[in-house]
Design a protein around this ligand. Structure first.
Ligand code: P1T
Length: 403
């Protein structure tokens, strides 16, 4: 059976995984080495130095490419390092259009670091096609977005945005962290690159920080060259350019972390199913609760993006946000009284996490902009874990009663 014909549940166990050629080990070994012996200068078994390549990392990259239906994947030492590799494709004066709701750290990287390097940004509602077309300028190179977005869970139309990008010769990148490849595959909808914070669902156990880029390789236009060495031929395909950057910049994960993710991926399908089941139960409970003002979960028909989400996603995931009645004091009281949910940044682990975006994950977004996006002081974000849903609801119920 070809790998393409296999179902996702089979791929997470088998895709890219072969018994170790040296020993027959069924589980991928941790090649805990920084360097590799050469028999003569330049003669080696395909590995020279672990920043450049490592066999444990290679297996992980092969598997990720298959899960997202891409041809190539590259892993980085965090989601933000993966994002930065994409930014490094561009140079001063280039313009990027980004969705108007992003993880706070991504916004900070764009606004505080990349802007300093001379890149220009517009953050817009990408569902407003007229506005998107209006913002595309002669120096625009990229459209970057999350869907569902963090933390407001807005849904953007991947196929439509990717086709507008193609029309204008722009790259499109989807941060697919909230869905994982189990529920959504942006490459099949026309996106050029999928980015994941693997710190979240892909690893799934809150014990690794890592990111990746997955793509279908193609020729890209070489950017205006600023290389001092006229003999340096900049890699011409998207993958070779990003692979060059992965090694040249060097934000690569170690082999043990790669192995932990390989282990975590094996349960991705069963975890995602349970995350989504629990999230729907919790969303219904919160929606009916008298101290809750509004729940935002793409799986609820009341979500404005529910129909689009039903078309482009295969499930609704484990993330939701809701507004408590009252303000910061009430939200704080609720969060301080939870016993099972852990108050912590991050998401997508087997354990349920909860957080306050305005003070925690999205604090780096200026207060005025936060309010425009909808990140008010009574907004709470929930990452539903895979525990028993009744236990989760009982915990939320007792803490809401304290408000
Ligand atoms: O934390 P890191 O692995 O560098 O990934 C950054 C990142 C990128 N994209 C999305 C959608 C994310 O949610 C994140 C990280 N987010 C959190 C830590 C959080 O609690 O939202």
């Amino acid at each position: 059976m070809s790998a393409d014909a296999q179902s996702f549940e089979t791929k997470v166990i088998h895709a890219g995984i072969e018994p170790d050629p040296l020993s027959g080990a069924v589980m991928t070994p941790i090649y805990q080495t920084s360097t590799y012996a050469q028999s003569s200068p330049g003669e080696h078994k395909g590995y020279e130095y672990s920043r450049t390549d490592n066999p444990t990392r290679t297996v992980l990259q092969t598997q990720l490419a298959e899960l997202e239906q891409g041809t190539h994947a590259l892993v980085f030492s965090s989601g933000l390092a993966a994002t930065d590799a994409v930014l490094n494709l561009f140079q001063s004066g280039d313009h990027i259009i980004a969705g108007d709701d992003l993880y706070g750290g991504t916004y900070r990287l764009f606004e505080k670091v990349a802007t300093y390097r001379g890149l220009e940004f517009d953050f817009i509602d990408l569902n407003n096609e007229g506005l998107l077309r209006e913002k595309i300028k002669s120096n625009t190179k990229l459209i970057w977005f999350e869907t569902p977005t963090n933390p407001m869970l807005n849904i953007f139309d991947i196929a439509k945005i990717a086709s507008i990008a193609k029309e204008h010769g722009l790259l499109s990148v989807v941060d697919n962290t909230f869905m994982s490849p189990f529920f959504q595959n942006p490459l099949t909808l026309g996106a050029d690159i999928v980015m994941h914070s693997m710190t979240k669902y892909i690893n799934g156990h809150s014990d690794v920080v890592m990111g990746c880029l997955i793509l279908k390789d193609r020729e890209i236009k070489a950017p205006r060259t600023t290389w001092r060495d006229p003999n340096f031929a900049a890699p011409r395909t998207l993958y070779s350019r990003l692979k060059f950057l992965q090694n040249a910049v060097g934000a690569t994960p170690g082999p043990f972390d790669c192995w932990l993710v390989l282990r975590g991926i094996k349960t991705l399908a069963v975890r995602m199913e349970r995350h989504a089941q629990n999230a729907l139960r919790v969303a219904h409970f919160l929606q009916d609760h008298p101290t809750v003002e509004r729940v935002i979960y793409p799986g609820l028909p009341s979500h404005p993006g529910h129909d689009l989400a039903s078309r482009q996603m295969r499930g609704f995931g484990g993330m939701m946000t809701f507004f408590t009645k009252g303000g910061l004091d009430q939200a704080r009281t609720f969060l301080e009284n939870l016993k099972l949910f852990t108050l912590a940044e991050s998401l997508g682990g087997v354990e349920s996490l909860i957080e306050h975006p305005a003070i925690m994950t999205h604090a780096s977004i200026p207060a005025e902009l936060r309010r425009e996006i909808g990140i008010h002081d009574n907004l709470i974000r929930v990452s539903a874990g895979i525990e028993n849903a009744d236990d989760l609801i009982a915990d939320l119920d007792q803490a809401l009663a304290k408000i």
